[in-house]
Write a protein that binds this ligand. Structure first.
Ligand SMILES: Nc1nc2c(ncn2[C@@H]2O[C@H](COP(=O)(O)OP(=O)(O)OP(=O)(O)O)[C@@H](O)[C@H]2O)c(=O)[nH]1
Ligand SMILES: [Mg+2]
Length: 202
């Protein structure tokens, strides 16, 4: 899949005005600071599309981005961030859960986990939650550039086992060197409905 256009659509503090547009939606979930916004920028080849930060908790709203006028990327606030208030955490959890449980167009969730660490209990809870709603999940292992090939080889089975995912549903990714970008775009392409074939005559 070649990205011809990538556009920021809007930020939502609440779900009620979700401009779904009927496009297939891809939810992007993961702990704060795991690299969700950086992944969007890498897919779009635009470092300025989504705001990133070395401070966890940067994305506090649901941000929507459109790729090629065909797919909607839904950047959700990160979970498991200790430094926000209890009320703020509840508000984020409510937004994430509200979106995942109510959107009718979610085709896939990308769950991002830092490839350097064993997934946390929060990650396990999240993937089980996605499964509960019947949402297919791809596990994207971020910051792969920080690991050698051998370290990546050791990390993969640990992540697969902890999250109970199949190896073919796990994609090492780096928003620094582009590892995994083509593979991920290939998987996203499959979500776009092919143009309807013209009816043949007779
Ligand atoms: N080396 C390396 N650093 C990365 C990668 N992806 C993200 N980062 C860095 O990790 C930090 C967090 O990245 P973000 O993309 O803002 O993370 P986020 O998941 O959107 O964070 P929140 O919005 O706070 O939930 C930034 O300093 C990024 O530069 C990666 O693939 N490799
Ligand atoms: Mg972010």
């Amino acid at each position: 899949m070649v990205i011809r256009s990538a556009k920021f659509i809007t930020s939502l503090a609440e779900l009620k005005d979700f401009p779904g547009r009927g496009m297939p939606e891809i939810a992007i979930v993961g702990k704060s600071n795991v690299g969700k916004s950086s992944l969007i920028n890498k897919l779009a080849n635009n470092g300025k599309l989504a705001r990133t930060s070395s401070e966890p908790g940067k994305t506090r709203l649901i941000n929507l981005y459109e790729l090629n006028h065909q797919l909607m990327l839904v950047d959700l606030p990160g979970y498991g961030f200790a430094k926000v208030s209890h009320d703020e955490k509840k508000r984020w959890a409510g937004m994430i859960e509200g979106y995942l449980s109510r959107s009718e167009n979610i085709k896939l969730a990308l769950q991002l986990v830092d490839m350097r660490h064993k997934p946390s209990d929060d990650d396990v809870d999240m993937i089980n939650y996605l499964r509960h709603f019947g949402i297919p999940v791809l596990t994207v292992c971020t910051k792969a550039d920080k690991l050698s090939r051998a370290e990546q080889g050791r990390a993969k089975p640990i992540i697969c086992r902890t999250l109970a995912v199949q190896p073919w549903d796990l994609i090492p990714f780096s928003s620094v060197d582009g590892t995994g970008r083509d593979q991920l775009l290939g998987r996203l392409e499959a979500l776009i409905a092919p143009p309807e074939e013209a009816e043949s005559e007779g």
